[in-house]
Structures are given as structure tokens and as C-alpha cells.
Write a protein that binds this ligand. Structure first.
Ligand code: HEC
Length: 95
């Protein structure tokens, strides 16, 4: 029994290190759990965007080359992620 508990803890620890990508929980407050809200009445509906458009938007916010009046806010959301993390995440939302 003790061995099983230890194995589980080690596995969980590993899993959380490996999935260090974008945490969607930080985004849903503004964009909606299914990405169907216009964040703060300003953004496009992300669930309607293509994976490629989302990837371009997220990397563009990070680089400061994309966005509307509230792009500074989105820059703060994505600045700490690598482009690879943003690409990988974009492939999981939108269409
Ligand atoms: C505090 C509210 C808020 C949070 C949290 C937030 N966003 Fe946004 N998001 C916005 C707003 C507002 C815009 C439109 C910004 C602009 O003017 O370009 C936007 C735009 C976007 C766009 C592009 C849509 C467009 O209009 O072109 C994507 C994609 C996106 N957000 C993804 C994310 C992801 C992924 C996260 C979490 C890591 C996140 N957002 C967190 C408010 C938020």
C-alpha cells in the first residue's frame, strides 16, 4: 500500500512538470470555459477562430505586433510562455 502511494505521488509530480504549458484556467474568466465569450466585450470569439489564427494572435500579443486597444492586457497573459507552448495550446482550442 505504502509503495502504491509513493508511486502515485511520483507520477503526479512528473506529470505536472511535463505539462508546464499554457494554463487555460487563467483564460476562461474572460473568454468563457468554451471560448465563446467576447472577452470584456472586445475580443473576437476565440472558439470561432482557426488554430493558426489563434497561434498568430498569441505570439503576436507576446511580440507586441498584434491586437486591438486591449492588446497590452493580453501581452501580460502570454508573455511568460514560449512560442512552442503557445503553438501547442492554440492547437487545442478554436477550430
Ligand atoms: C482579463 C481578461 C482576459 C484574460 C484573463 C485573457 N484574455 Fe485573451 N483577450 C482579452 C481581451 C480584452 C482581448 C482583446 C485584446 C485586443 O484588444 O486585441 C483578448 C484577445 C485574445 C485573443 C485574440 C482574439 C482577437 O480578438 O483577436 C486570444 C487568442 C486570446 N485572447 C487568448 C487568451 C488566452 C490563451 C488566455 C490565457 C492564457 C487569455 N486570452 C486570457 C481578455 C483576456
Amino acid at each position: 500500500m505504502k509503495k502504491i502511494v509513493i508511486t502515485t505521488l511520483v507520477t503526479l509530480g512528473l506529470a505536472s512538470t511535463l505539462t508546464a504549458g499554457v494554463i487555460a484556467g487563467k483564460c476562461v474568466g474572460c473568454h468563457g470555459a468554451d471560448w465563446s465569450k467576447k472577452a470584456m466585450g472586445k475580443s473576437k470569439v476565440v472558439s470561432e477562430m482557426t488554430h493558426a489564427d489563434i497561434a498568430a494572435a498569441l505570439k503576436g500579443y507576446k511580440a507586441g505586433t498584434y491586437g486591438g486597444p486591449m492588446k497590452g492586457l493580453m501581452k501580460g497573459q502570454v508573455a511568460s510562455y514560449s512560442d512552442a507552448d503557445l503553438d501547442a495550446f492554440a492547437a487545442t482550442i478554436g477550430k
